[in-house]
Design a protein around this ligand. Structure first.
Ligand SMILES: [Ca+2]
Length: 396
C-alpha cells in the first residue's frame, strides 16, 4: 500500500486516457484517424464519461463490467458491490477484480462491497442463483493479485466522487442499498453526480419475481428483482431528486438473449474477455433456452454512453412499495440478517406481494422512465465493444 488510493486513481485516469488512444502521440488509432470510427462512441478529443459502477456481480453485471472496462467513452473510476444482491461480498469482490484483470485494470480500479443485506426486510435472491453467481457459473479465470479496497462501498463512492474533478455518472445495476445509504450519509455529494442510471423496476409490464423452478408460488407479480430485494432503498433513490434514469423491465424486455445471439458472439469472440463471456453463454445455455435471460444490466450501461438510442424516456414522479406485514413470506427470506436496520430501527417483514412495485406518485421529483430502446443496436454495440481490437495503448 505504498500509494494512496487518490494517487492510484489519478494513475488509472492517465492509463485509461492512454487506453482510449485518442489523446496521446505516437502511432495511435487517433493518429490514424480511426479512434472514433472503430469503436463508435468515442470521439477524438472528447473526454470519457467518469462512471462509478455499483452492481451485484450477477451474470449480466459481469458482461456490463467488461463492457464498461472496454468502452472508450467510459472512464471506470470504481466498482462497488451491493452485498444485498445476487452474489456474496467476498466472491463478488474477487470476481470483479478477476474480470478487471482480464482488461489489465485490476490494479487501477478499486473494488469494494457494502452491507450484505438490504436496508429493511429479509428478502434475498434464490440461493441456487447466489451460489452460481459466486463461482462465475463455474467458468475459471485467473484471480487478481489485488486485494479489495478496505473501505465500505459507501465510503468508496464518497471518496471517489470527492476526488473527481468532473461530475460522475452513478450506474447501479443491483439492489440500490449502497446508493441509498450513500445519499443519506453524504448528501453534500449530490453536486458531484451528473446522472444516476439504474437497472431496476417495472412500470407498465409485469415483474420478474416469479421464476418457475425457483420461486414457484410467489405472490409478487409486479416487481423487478433489484427493487424487490431492497424496496426501501429504491424508494429513497427515486424520491431523492437526483437525476435518475430508470432502465427497467419496460425496455429490458426487448433485449432477450437468444441462441442466435450467442452463436454470433461465439463466432466473433477474439480476446480473453470475449472468450470468458462466450463461456458464460455456453454454461447458461439452459437459461437462454428458458427465454428468461435478458441483457438487463448491459442495457443500462449502454444508456450511460448513448441515452438517445437506449433510453427514450418520459418523466414522471415515482415511488416504490415497501410496506410492512404481519404475515411474512418465509420462502426467499433470510432470517440471519441483523434484527436492526441500517438506521437502528427494528428490521421489519415487508409485504412480499407488493414489495418493489413501482407506483406513480402524485408529486415528487420526476424520474426519466426509459420506455423505448433499440434492442438490435444494443446487441451489436455490446458485441462490437467486447470483440473490438483493444484501443491503442491498451493492454500490457
Ligand atoms: Ca445486477
Amino acid at each position: 500500500m505504498g500509494e494512496s488510493w487518490f494517487e492510484s486513481g489519478r494513475r488509472a485516469i492517465g492509463a485509461r486516457s492512454a487506453r482510449n488512444g485518442c489523446d496521446r502521440g505516437g502511432l495511435t488509432f487517433a493518429a490514424l484517424g480511426l479512434c472514433g470510427a472503430l469503436l463508435g462512441a468515442a470521439v477524438p478529443g472528447q473526454a470519457a464519461t467518469p462512471v462509478i459502477f455499483d452492481n451485484d456481480m450477477a451474470i449480466d453485471d459481469w458482461s456490463a463490467l467488461l463492457y464498461l472496462a472496454r468502452e472508450p467513452a467510459v472512464e471506470l473510476l470504481a466498482v462497488t458491490v451491493a452485498g444485498s444482491g445476487e452474489a456474496h461480498c467476498a466472491p463478488a469482490e474477487r470476481n470483479a477484480l478477476a474480470l478487471l484483470k482480464l482488461e489489465g485494470l485490476d490494479a487501477e480500479v478499486p473494488v469494494s462491497c457494502g452491507d450484505p443485506w438490504p436496508l429493511d426486510g429479509y428478502f434475498v435472491f434464490p440461493v441456487p442463483w447466489q451460489e452460481d453467481m459466486d463461482i462465475l457459473s463455474g467458468v475459471k479465470i485467473p484471480d487478481s493479485e489485488q486485494a479489495p479496497d478496505p473501505r465500505h462501498a459507501v465510503e468508496l463512492i464518497h471518496d471517489t466522487l470527492q476526488a473527481s474533478e468532473e461530475p460522475v455518472v452513478l450506474l447501479a445495476t443491483g439492489p440500490m442499498t449502497n446508493i441509498a445509504q450513500w445519499l443519506q450519509r453524504y448528501p453534500e455529494d449530490r453536486a458531484k453526480v451528473s446522472r444516476v442510471v439504474i437497472m431496476g423496476g417495472s412500470l407498465h409490464v409485469p415483474g420478474n419475481i416469479l421464476v418457475p423452478g425457483f420461486t414457484d408460488g410467489h405472490p409478487n407479480r409486479k416487481a423487478e428483482w433489484n427493487f424487490y430485494v431492497d424496496p426501501l432503498a429504491a424508494d429513497i433513490l427515486l424520491r431523492s431528486g437526483l437525476p435518475v434514469e430508470m432502465v427497467g423491465l419496460d425496455v429490458t424486455n426487448t433485449v432477450r438473449v437468444t441462441a442466435e445471439f450467442a452463436a454470433d458472439f461465439k463466432r466473433r469472440a477474439n480476446n480473453p474477455s470475449a472468450h470468458f463471456w462466450d463461456a458464460i453463454l455456453d454454461k447458461n445455455d439452459w437459461f437462454i433456452a428458458s427465454g428468461e435471460y435478458y441483457l438487463w444490466d448491459v442495457l443500462a450501461a449502454l444508456a450511460v454512453t448513448d441515452r438517445a438510442t437506449y433510453c427514450g424516456s418520459e418523466p414522471m414522479p415515482l415511488a416504490v412499495a415497501h410496506g410492512a406485514t404481519e404475515s411474512p413470506w418465509e420462502p426467499g427470506s433470510d432470517r440471519s440478517m441483523p434484527a436492526q436496520r441500517w438506521d437502528g430501527a427494528p428490521r421489519q417483514d415487508l409485504d412480499a406481494e407488493s414489495a418493489g412495485a413501482v407506483l406513480v406518485a402524485a408529486d415528487g421529483p420526476p424520474i426519466a422512465v426509459c420506455l423505448r430502446t433499440d434492442g438490435d443496436a444494443a446487441f451489436e454495440r455490446f458485441t462490437q465493444v467486447l470483440t473490438s481490437a483493444p484501443p491503442a495503448g491498451k493492454g500490457e
